[in-house]
Design a protein around this ligand. Structure first.
Ligand SMILES: Nc1ncnc2c1ncn2[C@@H]1O[C@H](COP(=O)(O)OP(=O)(O)OP(=O)(O)O)[C@@H](O)[C@H]1O
Length: 260
């Protein structure tokens, strides 16, 4: 692990009128960690992801990427510094094919990219096709996205996030909308694909998850959010055993029918 954290959030705060969606958030993420953010609905997980990726500006506080202050950077500038993300609801061009979506994502991750002219050079196509194979999406390469079921779109959104060789990858609920039967297969595919596409150094992953079976199996560390604050942060079993986490986070998750 490098001495400088890949990601450091310092006293991050975000208000929406009277609603405090993030309050005094301090999180360091070291290279290669797989940090899972848990918390009931409205706890502030997506707000955190949106701030790190430049989609939301914090009301106050600082975000450092490998020591560089990116707090006021735009999403595009953050992407070009090696941060990629997937969304709760995949952000895809439905009329375009799977490969065209991949090429567009690859192109947008590069400096001086023009969104309307995605790269179609042999090297870009080869990289995208390799990623599609690793995500078990090769059979869909030439299909328009509008024809694909939700679970496949979810995987495509994550594959697109990997096109630009990110050093930090944020996944917002990678298994939401995926059936209980398929959730482990989906996560195994995602983790394997991430590991096989990292270059010299391991990709650092921050993912939001409601399913505690997934949290236990795939997280190296867990941060529990409640009402915009981080109420516990540490090894998965320690955080999941924390009485406040059981009361405010996993208790409500159980009530919603998830498997904790
Ligand atoms: N654009 C916005 N405008 C107003 N309020 C917002 C906005 N985005 C988030 N909020 C509020 O901020 C709080 C945190 O929301 P956030 O989406 O970050 O929670 P979450 O933990 O990701 O929830 P979920 O698990 O349901 O996705 C909630 O009270 C939410 O209503």
């Amino acid at each position: 692990m490098s001495a400088v954290p890949v990601l450091s959030a310092r006293k991050l705060q975000r208000k929406f009128g009277a609603v405090v969606a993030a309050s005094d958030i301090d999180i360091d993420v070291a290279q290669g960690e797989r940090l899972c953010l848990i918390g009931s609905n409205g706890a502030g997980k997506t707000t955190f992801v949106n701030m790190v990726t430049g989609y939301l500006k914090p009301t106050s506080g600082t975000i450092l990427l490998a020591g560089e202050d990116i707090t006021q950077r735009s999403p595009r500038e953050v992407t070009r510094r090696g941060v990629a993300r997937s969304f709760q609801i995949p952000q895809l061009c439905l009329h375009m094919t799977v490969l065209e979506n991949m090429l567009t994502a690859l192109h947008c991750s590069r400096a001086h990219a023009h969104f309307l002219r995605p790269a179609r050079d042999a090297e870009s196509i080869a990289r995208c096709e390799q990623l599609l194979r690793d995500f078990a999406l090769a059979a869909h390469t030439e299909r328009p996205v509008r024809e694909l079921p939700g679970g496949v779109r979810k995987l495509l959104d994550i594959a697109m996030a990997l096109t630009g060789h990110p050093r930090l990858l944020l996944l917002d609920e990678p298994t939401s909308g995926v059936s209980a039967d398929e959730k482990f297969t989906t996560m195994d595919t995602v983790v394997r694909a991430i590991e096989s596409h990292q270059d010299r150094s391991p990709v650092t992953v921050v993912f939001v998850e409601h399913d505690m079976d997934i949290v236990r199996r795939y997280a190296s560390r867990v941060a529990a959010f409640y009402s915009g604050r981080v109420i516990a942060d540490g090894p998965p079993l320690q955080v999941l055993d924390d009485p406040d986490v059981q009361r405010y986070v996993t208790g409500s998750t159980l009530a919603e029918g998830a498997t904790a």
